[in-house]
Design a protein. Structure first.
Length: 169
């Protein structure tokens, strides 16, 4: 786990000043565009973090957001799968992140269809996406709902739900 060094030398009137003192003490890369905004980049063991700080003096509020680019070391994917035993609401975002990390272009309707009709555990969903990506490359077709449907029917001997049969009739 990463430790953070935080020692201040003077009281800060602007909270961004305090954040900057912490950033400088830890020698993190940063860019302070003005008195109200700062971007910080921190390299961790498993991912790189991009931290955004915006101070709004008129309402005495600090906005903070964090983006990260996760790199899973080999041999640790099983641990990540356990962590990804997600609630259903979080699965679309997890699938989108996974697809982007592999360079897969995946629309929301494909993710929605896969979640409605495929196996719901994350290892199975990720394995399905990897196999679907290989199929897409082999057939030189983009990943779409019709491609996913056809692939599921052929590869997994899958039968569409009655609602899909009626809608496509």
């Amino acid at each position: 786990m990463m430790s953070v060094h935080a020692e201040t030398t003077s009281p800060a009137t602007n909270p961004i000043d305090l954040v900057e003192e912490i950033v400088l003490a830890n020698e993190w890369a940063h860019d302070r565009a003005n008195d109200e905004e700062m971007v910080v980049e921190v390299t961790g063991r498993w991912c790189d973090y991009r931290l955004y700080f915006v101070w709004q003096d008129e309402i005495s509020a600090m906005h903070f957001s964090c983006g990260f680019d996760m790199k899973v070391p080999k041999g640790r994917k099983a641990a990540v799968y356990e962590l990804l035993a997600l609630e259903d609401d979080a699965k679309p975002a997890a699938l989108a992140v996974y697809a982007r990390s592999r360079g897969i272009v995946l629309s929301d309707d494909v993710i929605e269809y896969l979640l409605r009709h495929g196996r719901r555990d994350m290892p199975s969903l990720l394995a399905t996406l990897a196999a679907l990506d290989r199929h897409s490359l082999a057939t030189k077709r983009p990943i779409t709902v019709p491609l996913l449907k056809g692939w599921l029917q052929r590869e997994l001997e899958w039968k569409p739900a009655a609602a899909d049969t009626l809608r496509n009739a």
